[in-house]
Design a protein around this ligand. Sequence first.
Ligand SMILES: *[C@@H]1O[C@H](CO)[C@@H](O)[C@H](O)[C@H]1NC(C)=O
Ligand SMILES: *[C@@H]1O[C@H](CO)[C@@H](O)[C@H](O)[C@H]1NC(C)=O
Ligand SMILES: *[C@@H]1O[C@H](CO)[C@@H](O)[C@H](O)[C@H]1NC(C)=O
Ligand SMILES: *[C@@H]1O[C@H](CO)[C@@H](O)[C@H](O)[C@H]1NC(C)=O
Ligand SMILES: *[C@@H]1O[C@H](CO)[C@@H](O)[C@H](O)[C@H]1NC(C)=O
Length: 395
Amino acid sequence: MLSACPTGLLLVIAFQLCQISAVYLPLREYAGATFFDGWDYWGNVDNTTWGNVTYLDQTLATEHRLAYVNAAGNAIVKVDNSTTIAAAPLVNRESIRLTTKDSYGVGTLWIIDAVHIPYGCSVWPAFWTLGVGKEWPNAGEIDIIEAINLMDNNQMALHSTKGCFQSPNPVQSGATLATDCSLDRGCIVAERKPNSFGAGFAQAGGGVFAVQMDITGVFMWFWPRQEVPDSIKTATSQSSLDIATFGVPSSAYPALGCNITEFFGPQQLVLLTTLCGVWAGTSRSFGATCSGRCVDQVIGPGTNFDTAYWEVPYIRTYIAEGLPRPELSSSTTPTPTDGGSPTSTTSASGTQITTPPGNVNTSAAGHVKDLGVVRVLVGITAVLCACGGQLLAMI
Ligand SMILES: *[C@@H]1O[C@H](CO)[C@@H](O)[C@H](O)[C@H]1NC(C)=O
Ligand SMILES: *[C@@H]1O[C@H](CO)[C@@H](O)[C@H](O)[C@H]1NC(C)=O
Ligand SMILES: *[C@@H]1O[C@H](CO)[C@@H](O)[C@H](O)[C@H]1NC(C)=O
Ligand SMILES: *[C@@H]1O[C@H](CO)[C@@H](O)[C@H](O)[C@H]1NC(C)=O
Ligand SMILES: *[C@@H]1O[C@H](CO)[C@@H](O)[C@H](O)[C@H]1NC(C)=O
């Protein structure tokens, strides 16, 4: 393995190149009183992962208080825990599935701060993204937060059509469980840092997850509360963000193994909690951390679901400095304070997207084409970083 990599001086250069600053400008923030403005509600049963839930529409979600902003100003997105459900041939408990109206393509960065992620036997939360405009998985899927039942660690993954892999020995802190992104489970990386899910996550005060969707790859970070980088801690909805100090990501999918622009279109963010279903509910998955039958948790009083809620201070989206800003669907777009690229603010109503706003992917490609040198440099950096990481891993 080592013989494939040049050593010594090259390693030093690698570490310097890996510190290249990458500045991102704010696109929009989902937070506080306006958190729910930028999303659509599913308003149907779980017809994709077959969990025992009914995802409410906006009216019922608000009325039943399953989607609201709490006294701390954080968004709460929860499973019903106040209804007693009788055993029946078909059991569904009320829950929420949200999809952003806007989509975000290559060249963007997404950050979610969470104080609490749903957990408990039968509970299957996910914060993930779905490529727009094509039948799944033709425009790709990125799983940022996803785990089930009483698991204590998060898993990240990509899903794609055939031909997209996680390249060998990526520089990441997580543990790769599968490398072919086109197979059932996707190319999964299990979190190795403590407190990434479950009671541990909540007790540690939650944490922050970040995703960089770049022409050089998809990179995802997790930091428990105590380890959130200062650049994120001090950021506001309007400040730009330099990701140079983010450190080694939890999962890395370099373009070496997967051509991101080919397999991933602009992505809509999805936040949901289902119960049981095709992962959490199988006897094998359920039995790994819980006992009995999954659906028996859903039946009865809702006390099993007191911990089945998201509490989210904010979700922020960014675009790489120098790329054109995509048009967004609503008027809550923050204006950068640092004199970055021109801001395109409002575009008509918040409910209708006339131009696909996530048209960022072609822009990103165009940007790099104009700067051919950058592309070469980025390629060299990727290889050097990979080699450096490999060396580090062996020390
Ligand atoms: C699943 O539900 C969604 C939301 O109601 C709907 O748009 C979609 O058509 C449904 N899919 C199928 C295959 O029924
Ligand atoms: C749980 O939901 C799934 C999907 O809708 C359904 O097939 C199954 O019958 C349900 N189980 C019960 C006991 O309601
Ligand atoms: C990646 O895919 C894009 C879009 O299909 C294509 O234009 C580009 O040439 C591909 N890059 C490589 C290195 O294959
Ligand atoms: C539902 O759970 C919340 C905590 O998430 C708790 O404050 C509330 O009392 C529970 N509701 C019922 C009816 O038990
Ligand atoms: C994304 O990029 C691909 C390849 O460059 C292009 O074919 C496609 O039209 C782009 N998608 C959008 C929504 O612009």
